[in-house]
Design a binder for this molecule. Structure first.
Ligand code: LMR
Length: 397
């Protein structure tokens, strides 16, 4: 008998997920988790939002069936999410939508569609990017090239380097952009930069795919989509992979949607057919519970208002932690080296520590962060900022 499964190649674990189990296994009481991108309150919890609790209670009461939805998910969810993300930048009749298990599912299905539309495509990823982007591409045998994006010296996005690199892309290539709150750098494109990127995509015939996992965590729900909405008006076709994990706090319920902005209704119908088929062959129907919770919140004025204010409180806490950490590091080190933390947005920033320094922070101080020195600001509290800053300063100087 042949033992086939024993011959499976060993898989390198995802570095963010591995960090979660390392942190859980550490029994030091003062340990600080700046690893996985999960929101935490000032008291360290990842709460269920009030709007979510209310919407779930309503659903529990009113829902009459758990029968299948459509392959692409509930049309009301499509409409509510297209409106939240795209506003009126694209006519309804030109948007195809696919409910997916989380934003990761949307990235995967978006790439599955893009490779079928153009088997010769190359995927352009920002350097750096979320580690699962290149991992998914590698699993699909999609060729990847990177474009320079984050400049560690200034802490901002280097538009001219980005445009120089993307100028080498060929027609039909896919450019993956972060809609807001760039993961891992927190450095976003300015409005002018989005316009430049839109011009380049138009000129070279590139297909932009925007990963939007943190809408509402940067400068607000509308501001965080201004760039991608401009892009949607400037290019004929665009994909958006949206996650509801963070802004609705629905991590484990796997809320995601892939939106395709199409040049006309006929293309939209063609895309929608491909989307149905992609879901069918992957998992048949997408998860529905979290999507229905989101739809309930977005379509009820009171719940929506409650959700928006909770989201804004999360956003403001991240900004507060940015200011506190940057001020404390400035005070201890007597430099403006960490000033950039204040200007970046979203959950993440890169400290600029070496892998050895990151390892020392973990082993000597119980401060956990991703190997490239990405920190999740939501892992800090007013109380832990001084000890985290002291550890960072000690390890990095
Ligand atoms: C992160 O970047 O930490 C989050 O998006 C969680 C994940 O799945 O990696």
């Amino acid at each position: 008998m042949t033992a086939l499964l024993a011959g499976l190649p060993a898989q390198e674990p995802d570095k963010i997920i591995r960090l979660m189990s390392m942190f859980a296994a550490d029994d030091r009481p003062g340990k600080i988790d700046l690893g996985v991108g999960v929101y935490r309150t000032e008291t360290g919890e990842t709460p269920i939002l009030k709007a979510v609790k209310t919407a779930e209670a309503r659903l529990l009461d009113a829902q009459l069936t758990k029968g299948y939805t459509a392959l692409s998910g509930d049309p009301a969810f499509h409409r509510a999410m297209a409106d939240l993300v795209l506003g009126n930048s694209v006519p309804q009749g030109q948007i195809a939508a696919l409910a997916t298990p989380g934003g990761t599912g949307a990235v995967r299905q978006g790439l599955e569609m893009a490779i079928r539309a153009n088997p010769d495509m190359t995927l352009w990823l920002s350097a750096p990017t979320w580690p699962n982007h290149p991992a998914i591409a590698a699993a699909m045998d999609v060729p990847v090239r990177t474009y320079r994006y984050y400049d560690p010296a200034t802490g901002i996005a280097d538009l001219s380097a980005m445009l120089d690199d993307l100028a080498q892309a060929k027609t039909g290539d896919v450019v993956l952009l972060h809609g807001c709150c760039h993961n891992p750098s927190g450095a976003d494109l300015s409005r002018d930069a989005w316009e430049e990127v839109a011009r380049l995509c138009g000129r070279l015939g590139l297909l932009p795919m925007v990963d939007l996992a943190y809408q509402g965590f940067g400068d607000g729900l509308e501001a965080d989509t201004a760039g991608l909405r401009h892009l949607a008006t400037a290019v004929p076709e665009m994909l958006v992979a949206v996650s509801g994990s963070k802004n609705f706090g629905l991590y484990r319920d796997r809320v995601g949607i892939l939106l395709a902005c199409c040049p006309d209704g006929a293309t939209r119908d063609r895309v929608a057919g491909t989307m149905d088929w992609l879901n069918r062959l992957s998992y048949a129907f997408p998860p529905d519970h979290g999507a229905r919770v989101v739809t309930t919140i977005l379509t009820d004025p009171d719940l929506r208002q409650s959700w928006e204010s909770e989201l804004d409180a999360m956003r403001l806490r991240l900004i507060q932690m940015r200011q506190a950490l940057s001020a404390e590091l400035g005070r201890i080190t007597g430099t403006d080296r960490f000033e950039k933390l204040r200007h970046q947005r979203g959950m993440f920033s890169l400290l600029g520590a070496t892998p050895d320094q990151v390892a020392a922070l973990r082993t000597d101080h119980g401060v956990y962060m991703v190997g490239d020195s990405r920190i999740n600001l939501a892992g800090l509290t007013i109380e832990t900022v001084p000890s985290a800053a002291a550890a960072i300063a000690a390890a990095m100087t």
